[in-house]
Design a protein around this ligand. Structure first.
Ligand SMILES: [Fe+2]
Ligand SMILES: [Fe+2]
Length: 179
């Protein structure tokens, strides 16, 4: 079946773009794990660094573009969903920061990367169960498409995590500032 106009419009739906990137994370972690026995540090770094960068850009893009809209348009649960998500993003960022201070391919490095993977797996599942369906229920196609365009522009601007601080964000302050 070919793409219809409706299908191509949905490609820029921010929630589809987010879900797409979640799949990308899962695939990239599997590919990184393929290297765990044979991986040269250079090959590991080549697999890990773009993944770490994308995790940072993804979390920041959600905090910039997705969660502020969820907070104002979502259900009563949006506050808690957002608080949880920012806390999870911090755990992912902490693990990335821990890995970056360790020798690539060493046991402590793998431990940090495993922590990152676990925190991320847990977070993706929760976001897909809670924030994303809440957002979809309380937004229309036009809004999701315009936010999708911002999502794409954010990724272009911050390619390879350029201009992303990687610093933790206080979840309570974030919710208060964006509600
Ligand atoms: Fe996400
Ligand atoms: Fe997230």
């Amino acid at each position: 079946m070919g793409m219809t106009d409706t299908d191509s419009a949905l490609v820029t739906d921010i929630t589809d773009l987010i879900l797409h990137e979640h799949e990308d994370f899962r695939r990239r972690f599997v590919e990184l794990w393929d290297l765990r026995h044979s991986g040269e540090p250079a090959a590991l770094a080549a697999a890990w660094q773009p993944l770490a960068d994308l995790l940072e850009v993804h979390a920041s893009a959600e905090e910039e573009i997705f969660y502020p809209v969820l907070l104002t348009k979502g259900s009563d649960a949006a506050t808690e969903e957002t608080d949880d998500a920012v806390g999870d993003h911090n755990e992912i960022r902490d693990a990335i920061r821990a890995a970056s201070g360790l020798e690539t391919g060493s046991d402590p490095w793998w431990q940090a990367v495993l922590e990152c993977r676990k925190a991320n797996d847990e977070h993706l599942a929760e976001e897909e169960r809670e924030g994303i369906p809440d957002f979809r229920e309380h937004s229309d196609d036009a809004l999701r498409s315009s936010l999708g365009a911002r999502w794409v522009a954010f990724h272009v601007e911050h390619r390879a995590a350029r201009g992303i601080s990687g610093q933790d964000i206080d979840p309570e302050e974030y919710v208060a500032e964006n509600s």
